[in-house]
Ligand binder design. Structure first.
Ligand code: B3K
Ligand code: ZN
Length: 873
């Protein structure tokens, strides 16, 4: 497979002004007729050939302006069709056959549970018809869907339904018109026996929009939350960005087989059922919040993505980074803002940092790719969002909003670049963002080494910062970045933020300094008492910041920092120091001793009155094993697990009564609602329960058992079940697991959770369970949710996936080899843990590498090929 380069971009020779499609649906032979209204792009010379993309299509007919083409007038290849000579403006008619039932890759048109649906981003439309399948070709669409009237009573596509009718042979049709020009990747079609829930929204200019969520009948009771989230998102986008919806109808469809979370097709969003369906008894609080976020994300794309789209796929972060930033802000406004930030950042620092430090590291705007599907990554999405967040902080909200207004107004209906977006921000603010642009082209996580010194005599605090970005594949040398660092100085006597004066200018008590050089010094004057610096508040830039904090400093910040995020981070840093000692002790075979300062810091947290229980729950949660691993030079899986368990048990033993009190105080019989106060209370109670269960005494076990049996809501049930299953008390866990599995055998989304709970247990039988469950009737390698729930979850089971006999790696490689044929997109994703082999100690390195080599020996899809080659480079 050959790479595509950003530098090779050329505008298309022909553009499509209007697209007419007719689908005659059949599982093995769907007929697709396309009539494209084409015209030559003014910049291209007369006589340029017409190049269309097309894969896995059987061409049945082709004509230009009604005139069928002779075979020598066009050429077919594996990847497309070329017509040698075409007029300046013309109509192209084609007819192809495709086989949705054979489509296991879930790109293009496929069948899911008897329902037809599509996934076209990024390059799936070329599996539906011959087309210039690139985002800078935007056309209006008119789509007629024909299907069996009994089996497929519902026929949907983008835009508004304009005509419907009966046809001979028990078939019927619906024609849809989408007046907004769109690229092919936003095309969608759904046909099936679906039921809808309907609601409405009146936009700020007074237009009534019909909102529909289409599901299989048994899921009609699981749509309330998605609908409420959609309405909140529509309202929020009007209030926050003045963005209004632009069609009379907005539809969401839930499908069971879906590669990603959801897809923002114009007017017809298609969702993985896991990203839309909720019910108090089937979905946890986290799932409710995720659904809210994804519904909002896809809706926000209507402007940031659909009305203004990407010129080419290198610009993917233009729509994804901006839209993730928008959905993060929405969720922060709707829930606890600090907790949203804490959760986003802790995920980011674990998973995106790992990506940025591994063999697949790439800039937010890559300059080449083999398979674009591999670039729907944490870097493009999450780091892209961090960079937009930095822009919003650099400009301030008011100017950022003006920049965003300008962007939407100037580029409405166009396919543009990241420069166009940042250019609007520079234009409205007058800021020079040229150095800032390096964030988009340079991969890797910048590391900042910080030194601070207080001069008692001069009342000065001197901060010296040094930035360095480590080399990444293909980018050995890095340039300094423009890094906004939000900070405060917390007085050690007063426990308060001190007023900040820099170069004679007074800056309040919380400010942003700009690091642009490799090394820079900042001297704060009139600092009346010795401070502890609170650095990188709110995680103001996606960097690793080191400062030689002592444990007392961290305990102090944990208590006094005015920034909730940094309070939490101080606790994490404090726990990390203790964990590092314990990891060393474990490795050296020395007896482990718990750091009493951590115990006292936790005791302090438990004793303080708090008004945000969700934040407290986060503060009481230890860094995950994956996060701890990220902090190690070479990962020692077993030492990390042992150290973390030891801390958990030590805290549980020392603070047992406090945890018990916390648990009791936050128990509630109130009817379940996915509301911030209730969610906060449940998380705090469940954190307490986890500590109580850590020592596995009778009381802890009894509490977990009772909570499971009470069956009040999925959050509590799942948490209790997980604690039991992950304990050594298999005698109690097994019956609970069995009962749960039988009770929910009919619900695929609950069965996914049932799979995950079992295969993440630290006990040594986890791998055997995976193998056993792969034969379970509810499991299928063809369903991406199942693959994630069983195989993906197992690969997160640190101690068992990394078994020293290599059986965990072997199992994953076997699955990758099978999926490489069935679903290359999922195969290339699920392989990720193996690509990180260089991070581990021997013999694990060798074992992981051997499995990658075994995969490489197969005949590979471009997706898996690209990842494996990078991993072994
Ligand atoms: N834009 C889609 C991504 C789908 C790509 C699948 N290969 C989801 C989202 O970001 O909203
Ligand atoms: Zn998106």
């Amino acid at each position: 497979p050959q790479p595509t380069y950003l530098s090779d971009y050329r505008p298309p020779a022909y553009r499509v002004t209007h697209t007419e499609l007719t689908f005659d649906l059949d599982p093995s032979a769907t007929r697709v007729k396309a009539r494209l209204h084409l015209e030559r792009h003014p910049e291209h010379e007369p006589g340029a050939a017409l190049e269309l993309d097309g894969e896995q299509l059987t061409l049945k007919a082709i004509a230009i302006d009604g005139q069928p083409l002779d075979e020598d007038e066009y050429a077919l290849t594996d990847t497309g069709l070329r017509v040698h000579r075409v007029p300046q403006r013309f109509l192209l008619d084609t007819e192809v056959n495709i086989a949705p039932e054979a489509n296991t890759a879930l790109e293009g048109l496929y069948l899911s549970n008897g329902m037809y649906c599509t996934q076209c981003e990024a390059e799936g439309f070329r599996r539906i018809t011959y087309y210039p399948d690139r985002p800078d070709v935007m056309a209006t669409f008119s789509t007629t869907v024909i299907g069996d009237a009994v089996q497929l009573p519902i026929l949907l596509s983008n835009g508004n339904p304009v005509e419907r009718g009966e046809l001979p042979g028990g078939r019927h049709f619906v024609t849809w018109d989408d007046p907004h020009p769109k690229p092919s990747y936003l095309f969608a079609l759904v046909a099936g026996d679906l039921k809808k829930v309907e609601d409405g929204f009146t936009t700020m200019s007074g237009r009534d929009v019909t909102l529909q969520i289409w599901v299989e009948e048994e899921n009609l009771d699981k749509t309330d939350h998605a609908m409420a989230s959609l309405k909140r998102a529509m309202q929020w986008d009007e209030e926050t960005y003045a963005r209004e919806y632009d069609l009379d109808l907005f539809m969401i469809v839930a499908v069971n087989d879906f590669n990603m979370g959801a897809m923002e097709n114009k007017g017809l969003n298609i969702f993985n059922s896991a990203a839309v369906l909720t019910h108090p008894h089937t979905a946890t609080d986290a799932a409710f919040q995720q659904v809210e976020g994804i519904v909002a994300h896809e809706y926000f794309h209507n402007w940031s993505g659909n009305r203004v789209t990407c010129r080419d796929w290198f610009q993917l972060s233009l729509k994804e980074g901006f839209t993730v930033f928008r959905d993060q802000c929405f969720s922060a406004d709707t829930n606890s803002a600090p907790v949203k930030r804490i959760q986003d950042v802790s995920f980011f620092r674990t998973a995106q940092f790992a990506e940025d430090a591994g063999p697949t590291a790439h800039p937010i705007r890559p300059d080449h790719y083999i398979e674009i599907t591999n670039f729907y990554t944490l870097t493009i999405y999450e780091k892209g969002a961090q960079v937009v967040r930095m822009l919003s902080n650099l400009l301030g909200w008011e100017a950022f909003r003006r920049g965003s207004d300008l962007y939407f107004e100037r580029y409405d209906g166009q396919a543009v670049t990241i420069e166009d977006f940042v250019g609007c921000m520079a234009e409205v603010s007058g800021l020079d963002l040229s150095q800032f642009m390096r964030w988009y082209s340079q991969a890797g996580t910048p590391e900042i080494d910080t030194q601070g010194e207080y001069d008692y005599a001069k009342c000065e605090y001197r901060l010296v910062l040094r930035q360095r970005t480590p080399a990444t594949p293909g980018q050995p040398d890095k340039l300094p970045l423009h890094i906004p660092l939000r900070l405060g100085l917390v007085g050690t006597k007063s426990g308060r933020d001190l007023p900040l004066t820099l170069d004679g200018e007074s800056l309040g008590s919380d400010t942003v300094i700009h690091l642009r050089e490799e090394e820079q010094e900042f001297v704060f004057t009139d600092v009346s008492e010795a401070p502890v610096p609170s650095l990188l508040r709110g995680f103001s830039a996606p960097v690793k910041l080191r400062f030689p904090y002592g444990r007392e400093d961290l305990a102090f910040l944990l208590q006094h920092d005015s920034d909730d995020f940094n309070r939490w981070d101080a606790g994490q840093r404090l726990a990390m120091l203790a964990l590092e000692d314990l990891i060393a002790a474990h490795r050296n075979g020395v007896e482990k001793v718990m750091d009493t300062r951590v115990v006292e810091a936790f005791r302090g947290l438990l004793a303080t009155e708090t008004d945000d229980k969700a934040v407290l729950a986060e503060m009481l949660t230890l860094p995950t094993e994956a996060y701890i691993a990220e902090q190690q030079a070479l990962v020692d899986v077993d030492a990390i697990h042992a150290a973390r368990e030891f801390v958990k048990q030590s805290l549980a033993a020392a603070l047992r009564d406090d945890f018990l009190r916390l648990f009791e105080e936050n128990r509630s019989d109130a009817a379940y609602a996915p509301e911030p106060e209730q969610i906060a209370q449940r998380s705090l109670k469940n954190v307490a329960l986890a500590y109580l269960m850590a020592i596995e005494d009778d009381q802890g076990i009894e509490l977990a058992r009772t909570q499971f049996a009470a069956d009040h809501n999925m959050t509590d049930v799942r948490h209790a079940l997980t604690l039991l299953v992950h304990s050594s008390r298999t005698d109690i866990a097994e019956p609970a697991l069995k009962a749960f599995g039988e009770a929910w055998a009919h619900d695929p989304l609950v069965m996914d959770q049932w799979f995950s709970i079992q295969v993440t247990r630290p006990q040594p039988d986890a791998l055997e369970r995976v193998k056993f469950l792969m034969d379970h009737p509810a499991f299928s390698l063809k369903n991406p949710n199942k693959v994630r729930a069983l195989i993906g979850a197992f690969a997160q089971n640190r101690v068992n996936f990394h078994r020293l006999d290599g059986a965990g790696y072997r199992l994953l490689a076997d699955v990758v080899i099978t999926l490489n044929q069935l679903n290359p997109e999922i195969a290339a994703r699920i392989i990720t843990p193996l690509t990180r082999w260089q991070r581990f100690e021997e013999p694990r390195q060798e074992l992981m590498k051997a499995e990658l080599e075994r995969i490489r020996a197969e005949e590979l899809s471009p997706n898996v090929y690209e990842v494996v080659e990078k991993a072994l480079a």
